[in-house]
Write a protein that binds this ligand. Structure first.
Ligand SMILES: NC(=O)c1ccc[n+]([C@@H]2O[C@H](COP(=O)([O-])OP(=O)(O)OC[C@H]3O[C@@H](n4cnc5c(N)ncnc54)[C@H](OP(=O)(O)O)[C@@H]3O)[C@@H](O)[C@H]2O)c1
Length: 485
């Protein structure tokens, strides 16, 4: 049986790939993740899990010991200006550990495009691929290269969907005419899975994508699939920087993600080889419209597996904070009794908060807080939630992230809004009492001033929230989610 190490299993591609590999009984799967709590119980049952990151060579060696194949889905985009250096160190560490442990094959997914016209992000993906392919006589590397990936929750699809849904008329900058070759997420997963059974005699670069089209055509075709009429008017004066701000305003992605996409769309990203057809003849990529249709259907049926905001976008796992709510300086505590209502029903109401359900009361105040956050460069409420009732650790939930979840007992949300301090919102069920606590560790004087200035907001919002949760639970409004996929 082939033993495979999968990295990046808590990210957009990795979560879906882990599911696909789980279906196979001829692969023994090991995962290297920065935080095992982000994995569902089902994943932990099917795979051996090791915790650690690619900046610790001894951990990498342990994770790779005895593996035939290693899948590399790690990147450091989002860590700030030194992301290329981190990408380089991470790839070198990984490759050296693969060499030391006798790994025979590496599978890597990077970006499509050439070095001459590459954006800094793409250039770093290319350099990673080169590092991972540097000793073909010892390790064969299958290096996939994809541009825009279309799937529920993918960055590009979310940007396109939000633009198309929200704006009947759009003035479009020049970069929307640049050609690229998008591909559906299911096809990406099919290529990566099939590559586990391909043993090329030398390194292989496999460019994947559907026929060339522009971002403008992608928006037009998405509108057609969604049954919307849209007017797109090209103008010559919208600078890439201005359009990145526009994307930040209208779509859920933060500025750094929007600008990376715009930067990447300045030059064509086209398939340079025919290896996908030659080496994977059984895979016939679905069309752009079919991929959009599938993504929309997953959204409509509440079946989103992973999203662009699942991973931490930072040097360390974002929910493994050194600070903890136990150290909070300020607390807002509310307790409500829920005698006669099953705890599962109360917990189901708690885990349904946010996204399309809103925050149960004073929603306009939450929206104002979201707008303020967006205005100062935060996520606001625009990330919503992955599924309407199901939550897992690591899920983004409006401007929060799920930091802990113990079914029917505890939900801990870590604030990812722009704040002068650290904040959490905790829901704890003990016997027949719900305790809701807002925790805050202020940063200096500004943090303290912030806490006192939002007290009136808290008075209304938090006081009512716990009560509303119990009321909704009493009405049996939300059914307990599965928690284990
Ligand atoms: N998604 C796309 O649209 C797309 C398109 C073309 C190509 N690609 C390529 O596909 C690959 C995977 O992308 P993705 O979208 O799945 O990324 P992602 O969602 O951001 O996931 C990145 C994963 O890497 C993990 N990670 C980050 N730094 C790590 C480290 N130092 N050690 C161990 N794990 C680390 C993250 O863990 P945490 O959860 O702890 O953060 C997360 O699981 C990348 O090479 C990307 O360039 C993606």
């Amino acid at each position: 049986m082939q033993r495979v190490l999968l990295t990046g299993a808590t990210g957009y591609i990795g979560r879906r790939l882990e599911r696909a590999i789980r279906e196979r009984n001829d692969i023994s799967l090991r995962l290297l993740v920065r935080n095992a709590k982000k994995l569902t119980a089902k994943t932990r049952r099917h795979a051996e899990v090791m915790e650690g990151d690619s900046f610790h060579p001894p951990i990498l060696r342990k994770a790779l010991a005895g593996c035939d194949t290693a899948i590399y889905l790690i990147h450091s985009m989002g860590t700030g200006r030194n992301f290329s250096q981190l990408d380089r160190t991470s790839a070198e560490n990984f490759y050296n550990a693969c060499l030391a442990e006798g790994v025979r094959k590496i599978i890597y997914l990077g970006g499509l495009g050439t070095r001459e016209s590459a954006s800094p992000h793409l250039a770093s993906r290319i350099e990673t691929g080169e590092i991972l392919s540097s000793r073909p006589n010892q390790i064969r590397t299958i290096w996939f290269r994809a541009s825009v990936i279309i799937g529920s929750g993918s960055t590009s699809f979310e940007i396109i969907r939000h633009l198309v849904e929200k704006l009947p008329v759009m003035i479009t900058p020049r970069w929307v005419n640049t050609l690229t070759q998008p591909i559906g997420i299911d096809d990406v997963i099919a290529y990566l899975t099939e590559a586990l059974f391909l043993n090329p005699s030398e390194n292989l670069q496999v460019d994947i994508g559907t026929p060339p089209m522009s971002f403008l055509q992608m928006m037009e075709q998405t509108a057609a699939v969604m049954g919307l009429r849209r007017w797109l008017l090209p103008v010559p004066f919208l600078s890439p920087r201005l359009s990145s701000y526009w994307l930040t305003l209208v779509t859920p992605v933060p500025f750094r993600v929007g600008s990376a996409l715009v930067e990447g769309m300045k030059s064509e990203t086209l398939v340079q080889n025919d290896h996908a057809r030659q080496y994977f003849p059984a895979i016939h990529p679905e069309s752009f419209q079919q991929a959009v249709q599938k993504a929309i259907s997953e959204l409509e049926h509440d079946l989103v597996v992973s999203r662009w905001c699942d991973s931490s976008a930072g040097a360390v796992c974002d929910i493994m904070e050194p600070a903890s709510p136990n150290q909070s300086v300020f607390r807002d505590v509310r307790t409500v009794s829920f005698a006669d209502i099953p705890a599962e029903q109360v917990f189901a109401a708690i885990t349904s908060l946010g996204g399309i359900h809103g925050w149960f009361s004073f929603n306009f105040l939450w929206k104002i807080r979201g707008l303020i956050d967006k205005a100062v460069g935060g996520y606001g409420l625009s990330r919503g939630r992955r599924q309407s009732t199901n939550l897992r650790i690591g899920d983004a939930l409006d401007f929060w992230k799920v930091a802990d979840l113990v079914p029917n007992k505890r939900l801990l949300l870590l604030a990812q809004m722009k704040l002068p301090g650290k904040a959490w919102l905790e829901f704890d069920l003990q016997h027949d009492t719900l305790t809701q606590t807002a925790h805050f560790i202020p940063h200096g004087l500004l943090g303290r001033l912030y806490w006192y200035s939002v007290l009136p907001f808290h008075f209304f919002v938090f006081k009512d929230l716990s009560k509303k949760i119990v009321q909704q639970a009493a009405q049996g409004q939300y059914s307990p989610p599965p928690f284990d996929e």
